[in-house]
Design a binder for this molecule. Structure first.
Ligand code: FES
Length: 157
């Protein structure tokens, strides 16, 4: 990790106003923001560690825990909600055996719920990585997730 941080810091001057871009670059390199990395960033841009932790927890784009290879995001906006997103959510959580915001122990999937992603005509909608899947029901959801690879053993089918 030290080497990755060094590489990121090399493109900056270590000034306070660089905090967010530095955090973004660190996250891009490491995949998330481990505590040690945030402390190193605090020293580099010369702000208190509490400020770095505050910023990292405030913005949804920052992740403080390692994330899975595939990011499953289910829209829970109004249109998706009224068209059955909660049944889709139950299916995803049952298959992956995780709750919202969690990652499977094999680091294959992270499950997140998000607000409207602007594809209401396709409700209910989920994305897996950069792909969008619409007009979901529990069966269709199961097929889609299984097509991405093995689901955890004992995951509800
Ligand atoms: S509410 Fe789900 S895409 Fe708009």
């Amino acid at each position: 990790m030290e080497e990755q941080l060094k590489n990121v810091f090399a493109s900056y001057n270590g000034e306070k106003n660089e905090l967010i871009p530095v955090l973004q670059d660190v996250q891009e390199k490491i995949g998330y923001l481990p505590d040690e990395a945030m402390c190193a960033v605090a020293r580099f841009v010369r702000v208190p560690e509490s400020k770095v932790f505050g910023v990292a927890t405030f913005y949804a784009r920052f992740h403080l825990k390692p994330r899975g290879k595939h990011i499953v995001r289910l829209c829970c906006g109004t249109a998706c909600h009224v068209r059955g997103a909660s049944k889709v959510a139950d299916k995803v959580k049952g298959l992956l055996k995780i709750s919202v915001g969690e990652t499977t122990p094999d680091m294959k999937y992270t499950y997140e719920e998000v607000a409207c992603i602007g594809a209401c005509g396709l409700a209910p909608v989920m994305t897996i990585d950069a792909k969008t899947f619409g007009k979901l029901d529990p069966d269709k959801t199961k097929k889609i997730i299984e097509a991405f690879g093995e689901t955890p053993e004992g995951g509800q089918s």
